[in-house]
Design a protein around this ligand. Structure first.
Ligand code: MN9
Length: 296
C-alpha cells in the first residue's frame, strides 16, 4: 500500500526553464523548486504539458527529472511525467524516475495515430509493469482524444494495483466525481486551475497546475479554506486567480507564466518552438501582474 496522504494537496506542474542556448536551465529548475517549497507546496509534477515535456528529447526529460529531484531532496512528493507516443521510451524514462527516487510516474495517452482503446490500455500496463512506482493516469482528452471514463478506469485499476490516481484535465467535473466512486478510490487531481474550487467540491484530492508555479500560495489558501469549510473564501480567491488566468490565456499560458517568473527573479527564458515569443503588449500587462507576487 502507498501513503495516500502524501499525494494530496497542491502540486505545481513544473515549468521547464531554458537558457540562451535553448538548453534546460538547471539553475533555474532548482531555484523554481526551492521557491515553491518555501511556499509550502505538497509536491511537483515534472515534465508534463506545462513542462513542455513533449518538446524535449528523452535525454533532456531524464536530465530534468534529475535536476528537479536533486533540488527537492526528498522534501515533497515527486511525480515524473513519462508519457510519449512510444512505449519503450516511456518505459526508459519511468526506470530513470524510479532510480532517482520519484514517488510516482504519470503518462498522457499515446497520441497521433488514433490508437484503439486496447492499444492505449496496453501502453499503460506496459509502463506500469516496468517499475515498482505507482502510476497516475493523465486524462487530457483535448490533447489526444482519449477521454478516460469510469468503466475503463475501473478495468485498468483492477488489472494492476500500481494504478493509484488520475490527473483530470477536463472541465467535466461529473466525470471527476465518478472516478471518486470507484472501488479503488483513486487520488484524483483537478487539472484546470481556473476551476480548482469546483474540482475540490466534486471530490478532488488536490490539484496539479501550471499557474501554481508563480502563485502557489493562492491555491494553498483555497485548499485550506475549502477544508476549513470556508467555501465563500475559497471562491473569493478562485475569482481573484481567474482574473489573472484570463490574461495568461490571452497571451499564451506557459510563455506568460515564464515571463512572470522572469520578473520575479527566476530566469525562465521563452517556450520552445513552435511556441512563439510573448508579444510586447503581453509583457506589459503581465509585468503589472507580477508586481503582486513574492520575489524569488
Ligand atoms: O497542468 C495545466 N494544463 C494544461 C495543468 O496546460 C493543459 C493547467 O494548469 C492549465 O495550464 C491552466 C490554464 O488553463 O489551468
Amino acid at each position: 500500500m502507498y501513503d495516500k496522504e502524501k499525494f494530496k494537496g497542491v502540486l505545481p506542474a513544473l515549468l521547464t526553464p531554458f537558457d540562451k542556448d535553448d538548453k534546460v536551465n538547471k539553475n533555474s529548475v532548482q531555484k523554481l523548486i526551492r521557491y515553491n517549497l518555501d511556499k509550502g507546496v505538497n509536491g511537483f509534477y515534472v515534465g508534463g504539458s506545462t513542462g513542455e515535456g513533449l518538446l524535449l528529447t528523452k535525454e533532456e526529460r531524464e536530465d530534468l527529472f534529475e535536476y528537479a529531484a536533486d533540488a527537492n531532496n526528498g522534501k515533497s512528493t515527486m511525480i515524473a511525467h513519462v508519457g510519449t507516443i512510444c512505449t519503450s521510451h516511456a518505459i526508459e524514462m519511468a526506470k530513470t524516475a524510479e532510480k532517482l527516487g520519484y514517488d510516482a510516474i504519470s503518462a498522457v495517452a499515446p497520441y497521433y495515430y488514433g490508437f484503439t482503446p486496447e492499444q492505449r490500455k496496453q501502453y499503460y500496463y506496459d509502463i506500469a509493469e516496468a517499475t515498482s512506482l505507482p502510476m497516475i493516469i493523465y486524462n487530457f482528452p483535448a490533447a489526444n482524444g482519449f477521454n478516460l471514463d469510469k468503466g475503463t478506469a475501473e478495468e485498468m485499476f483492477a488489472h494492476n494495483d500500481k494504478f493509484i490516481g488520475i490527473k483530470h484535465t477536463t472541465a467535466d467535473l461529473f466525470a471527476l466525481q465518478q472516478f471518486k466512486t470507484m472501488k479503488a478510490n483513486p487520488i484524483v487531481y483537478n487539472g484546470f486551475d481556473e476551476m480548482f474550487v469546483g474540482g475540490l467540491s466534486m471530490g478532488a484530492d488536490g490539484g496539479i497546475g501550471s499557474t501554481y508555479n508563480f502563485m502557489a500560495e493562492k491555491y494553498i489558501e483555497i485548499y485550506k479554506a475549502f477544508h476549513a469549510n470556508d467555501v465563500a473564501r475559497a471562491c473569493e480567491i478562485q475569482t481573484e486567480v481567474n482574473e489573472i488566468i484570463a490574461v495568461l490565456i490571452k497571451y499564451g499560458v506557459f510563455a506568460s507564466e515564464k515571463y512572470i517568473l522572469d520578473c520575479l527573479g527566476i530566469e525562465m527564458g521563452p517556450c520552445r518552438k513552435p511556441f512563439l515569443p510573448l508579444s510586447e503588449e503581453g509583457k506589459k500587462e503581465l509585468g503589472e501582474i507580477a508586481k503582486q507576487f513574492r520575489q524569488a
